[in-house]
Design a protein around this ligand. Structure first.
Ligand code: FMN
Ligand code: SF4
Length: 441
């Protein structure tokens, strides 16, 4: 069993630290006092040397992002910290557990980040469906306000209305401003012209919560965890065809085998592992042969995928890869904001061609057309949503081409109605997480 250091979930003992006194008793709020005793630039330097990189998907270094935000004397506008709690990437359900189990550590991280970028205004943009999480955050924030910990910073918890695209940072900012949630062109980047055209840092919930831990442990200690280029721990969301789905905090660099078999109990019924999506639905699929790939940024790029949001989806031999393509493509088609044509039209084309292949109505040129549509989407969209669909579908065809070809050659699905996608990227697959008893999607 791999070692399981608790950084994000430190002090919880498998439960939750939702009482102010309980959190204070495990050293809570000392990192905030420490940060406020430091100059903002020194906090940023500490984050840079910790190697912490964003947990929202793009893995951008957190300290460097903050360093891009102009100093108050360079740009005399309000500065904003916006926390992305929209968590909608299929296969990813870790931020909700962080907000439920360590709300104070998260809010403390918000105040530390606000200090680092000289901000007096924090907005937490939380996914609309996260009602319980919203209530926990609201009560925790109130307790911190009563304890006089906010230090003049206003913290607003803003509920989203259920659009995946509002997790994209500029669409999120538009939505916060009360406009339709559609991405902006970049540049300018939010660091310079973000919320209300003012300097803004946008960070993910797990990134911000980890900031508190970095201040507590110190950059050097924190960087000892994980591997080069991917320091620290990660809260992996494990789902799909696995005995023990749930969220698991583990150091970067553990292998897929350790996560799926040693921690997750393996594939149910001793079935064969067919494929793994390592970082949420937007990342390229890996095959069962990639099981010894370490879960870190560099190793996953070398394997032809990416760590993304660290939502690891396990797929066993019963899953038809064309049906998987349809499920994923339908999601992106539905969530496309429609602002640019390659995404709005292309995602629909992908779904329709995949349905034709699955229905046994496709001929060879349809497979070529599928790949050609992917090519016409990739790199031609305003934001990464369109690319995500194309990247995913391309990877399914690339790794499982024989299966796609078989649909065409046979004129039917080779699974003959026996394919199962149960629990794989399925919004209806609400379970009680055996790990912590928290409902997940
Ligand atoms: C379509 C789309 C959806 C996204 N959804 C989320 C999300 O739900 N949560 C999140 O933290 N980042 C999401 N991101 C990434 C954000 O744009 C941004 O990179 C991230 O919030 C930055 O935080 P970090 O640097 O701490 O990772 C999404 C990006 C795209 C393109
Ligand atoms: S890529 Fe899709 S989601 Fe992104 S801006 Fe274009 S239409 Fe909207």
């Amino acid at each position: 069993m791999p070692e399981r250091p608790q950084i994000v979930f430190a002090g919880t003992n498998g439960g939750a630290l939702t009482q102010f006194e309980d959190y204070a008793a495990v050293g809570g709020f000392a990192p905030l006092r420490k940060a406020r005793s430091m100059a903002p630039d020194d906090v940023i330097a500490e984050l840079e040397s910790s190697g912490l990189r964003g947990r929202g998907g793009a893995f951008f270094p957190t300290g460097r992002k903050w360093a891009f935000v102009p100093k108050p004397d360079q740009l005399a506008k309000p500065h904003y910290l916006v926390v992305n709690a929209d968590e909608s990437e299929p296969g990813t359900f870790k931020d909700r557990e962080i907000m439920l189990r360590v709300p104070f550590r998260f809010l403390e991280g918000c105040l530390i980040a606000a200090h680092a970028i000289s901000s007096q205004h924090v907005f937490v943009y939380i996914r609309g469906e996260y009602e319980q999480e919203f209530e926990v955050l609201r009560e925790s924030l109130e307790a911190m306000r009563k304890a006089d910990l906010l230090g003049g910073v206003t913290v607003v918890i803003h509920r989203g209305a259920g659009a995946y695209i509002c997790g994209e940072e500029t669409a999120l900012l538009e939505s916060l401003e009360g406009k339709r949630g559609q991405p902006r062109t970049k540049p300018p980047f939010p660091a310079i012209a973000g919320l209300y055209a003012a300097p803004t840092a946008v960070n993910n919930v797990e990134s911000i919560t980890t900031v508190t831990s970095v201040l507590e442990l110190g950059a050097t200690e924190y960087a000892k965890l994980g591997v080069e280029n991917s320091t620290g721990t990660r809260v992996f969301s494990l789902s799909g065809d696995v005995v023990n789905p749930g969220n698991y905090e583990l150091p970067h660099g553990i292998t897929l085998r350790e996560l799926i078999y040693d921690v997750g109990g393996g594939v149910p019924g001793g079935r064969e592992l067919k494929a793994i999506i390592p970082g949420g639905s937007s990342t390229s699929i890996l095959t069962g042969a990639d099981i010894d790939t370490p879960l870190d940024f560099t190793s996953l790029v070398q394997a032809g995928s990416s760590i993304g949001s660290a939502g690891v989806i396990v797929i066993d031999e019963r899953c038809c890869m064309v049906q998987l393509g349809i499920r994923v493509s339908q999601f992106y088609e539905h969530e496309s904001c429609g602002k640019c044509t390659p995404c709005r039209v292309g995602t629909r084309w992908l779904t329709q061609i995949l349905q034709k292949i699955e229905g046994g109505r496709a001929s060879q040129p349809d497979l070529d057309l599928l790949l050609s549509v992917c090519d016409r989407i990739m790199g031609k969209c305003l934001c990464p949503l369109g690319d995500s669909d194309a990247i995913a579908v391309l990877s399914y065809v690339d790794r499982f081409r024989d299966e796609y070809q078989a649909h065409i050659d046979l004129g039917r699905c080779p699974f003959d109605g026996e394919s199962s996608l149960e629990g794989i990227l399925a919004p209806s697959a609400m379970h009680e997480s055996p790990a912590h008893g928290i409902a997940r999607v």
